[in-house]
Design a protein around this ligand. Structure first.
Ligand code: B12
Ligand code: SF4
Ligand code: SF4
Length: 406
């Protein structure tokens, strides 16, 4: 049985015998970046386009956003989309929203379009953190204590920095600059509540997303303030500033899957990422591989389960579905326009591809840890068969999540 977030810390300690690459080169990460590569502008992502591009913006997308402020009291009768479900989902977003809305008057959306900025001045004198390895151990220890479920460190890689941020005021680009000296990126993973994810698609399952962001904001601000108090620079970032997925892979937190997301050995796909750009002299981690690429070669659960047919069941390629995909990278890519269109249809976000992925399971269970080893071995077909036979990844009726009858 899946557990809720309460067990996340326990699950974070379950990583065992995962092969680590010799270095963090593109080859070791499984990246194939071609000569025609172009950095991505945040103005082109689907969320920004749903504000400024009439091919995506519609009455339905405006209604979708309005549900985050006003629960749909009598609009939908469907289970999992009732007032109580929206009430809870929106409450889980509340902390992240406070930061996002704090500086709207100066055209900032902290955590989504701009880095989190609620930090005090730090120390003027630097604490010597010892060797880069010792420094990394210290920072990871503090990050876990502050509530991070996963922590990895990568070298700064300009390719993943957005060329521009999106401005809500002008509905166009604004500058996105990271000081050159910040050559390390601490990547934080927050587990999403697996019991909520099981109810996807539902407004209720959106509470796993909301909690992920709210917890991420607290952890990122705490760790960034700690680095500043030690005399180092730190820029805490959620969805803003740079692409999270390639950094999470470089930082050794997981492997890339066909659904276009990172799969970790601790939480499968059910995890969100934040990052901190810093000049603290930290040793970097190396990418891992535990059989995801090979499993994606024989599995198509995400592609079949996606209600909007946004996930092709195909080999990695350089093809772009539309302007919301990166140019010049051979990889699995999803059609974000189709995905977002489904969200606007059901008036909430979706996590079906997270739920159905066979790697999304509770690794505090010994049985599931054995399954992970099978999945990473030549017995992966048997592991997939077991997954299907056990009916894992099935949707849970949202009303069974709430105790008693409401
Ligand atoms: C915009 C966005 C979306 C949009 C639109 C994507 C788009 N193309 O515009 C939509 C609505 C589709 C979306 C949906 C979801 N998202 Co989203 N999304 C983002 C966001 C904010 C920006 C990504 C972006 O700029 N994409 C535009 C271009 C670059 O897209 P692309 O070329 O298709 O590249 C995608 C992948 O291929 C990969 N990627 C990018 N560069 C590279 C380079 C290499 C070498 C490789 C291998 C991969 C890779 O990341 C991109 C993710 O969209 C990121 C946070 C962040 N800053 O990264 C979260 C993020 C990717 N989303 C996330 C999640 C969880 C989801 C959802 C499950 C919804 C939910 N419940 O939260 C679904 C899953 C859909 C899916 N299967 O991908 C997580 C992923 C966590 C994980 N385990 O990997 C992130 C990192 C947010 C977070 N804070 O954790 N998302
Ligand atoms: S979030 Fe839902 S609609 Fe979007 S890709 Fe995943 S399964 Fe498809
Ligand atoms: S559902 Fe299957 S194909 Fe999709 S990412 Fe997970 S393992 Fe890969």
């Amino acid at each position: 049985m899946h557990t809720g977030r309460g067990d996340a810390a326990k699950r974070a300690k379950t990583r065992t015998r995962i092969p680590v690459a010799a270095d963090a080169s593109d080859n070791s990460c499984g990246f194939c970046v071609n000569a025609d590569f172009e950095r991505f502008s945040q103005v082109d992502d689907v969320f920004a386009r749903s504000r400024h591009d009439s091919t995506i913006r519609s009455e339905r997308s405006d209604l979708f956003y309005s549900t985050y402020r006003k629960p749909l009291a009598d609009w939908r009768a469907a289970k999992g989309y009732q007032q109580n479900d929206y009430a809870f989902r929106n409450a889980t977003w509340h902390v992240a929203d406070i930061f996002a809305e704090m500086y709207e008057d100066i055209d900032r959306r902290d955590g989504f379009l701009d880095p989190l900025s609620m930090l005090r001045d730090g120390a003027t004198e630097r604490v010597d953190l010892g060797s880069p390895k010792d420094a990394a151990t210290l920072i990871k220890h503090a990050a876990h204590a502050a509530g991070a479920d996963l922590v990895g460190i990568a070298a700064y890689d300009e390719r993943w920095t957005y060329t521009e941020r999106f401005s809500v005021e002008s509905l166009g680009p604004k500058p996105n600059k990271i000081p050159e000296a910040l050559d390390r990126v601490i990547v934080i993973g927050q587990a999403m509540d697996a019991t909520l994810i099981e109810t996807a698609p539902s407004a209720l399952s959106g509470a796993a997303t909301g909690m992920g962001y709210s917890q991420d904001a607290v952890v990122l601000l705490t760790l960034a303030q700690y680095l500043k108090n030690l005399g180092y620079e730190a820029i805490p970032s959620m969805n803003d500033t740079a692409l999270a997925i390639p950094y999470a892979i470089q930082a050794g937190l997981g492997e890339y899957g066909k659904h276009g997301l990172v799969i970790t050995p601790e939480f499968g796909t059910s995890v969100r990422f934040g990052k901190i750009f810093t000049n603290a002299p930290l040793a970097t981690d190396r990418p891992i591989s535990f059989g995801v690429r090979e499993m994606c070669g024989i599995c198509s659960a995400c592609s079949t389960g996606c209600p909007s047919k946004a996930i092709p069941n195909a080999e990695p390629s350089r093809d772009r579905h539309n302007r919301s995909n990166l140019k010049g990278v051979k990889k699995w890519s999803i059609d974000g326009e189709k995905c977002f269109s489904f969200w606007t249809k059901v008036s909430s976000d979706c996590s079906i591809c997270v739920r159905v992925c066979p790697f999304t399971r509770d690794y505090t269970s010994r049985r599931n840890r054995i399954w992970l080893r099978l999945a990473g071995s030549r017995f992966r077909r048997f592991a997939l068969w077991l997954h299907q036979r056990e009916g894992k990844g099935a949707r849970r009726q949202a009303e069974t999540w709430w105790p008693g009858a409401l």
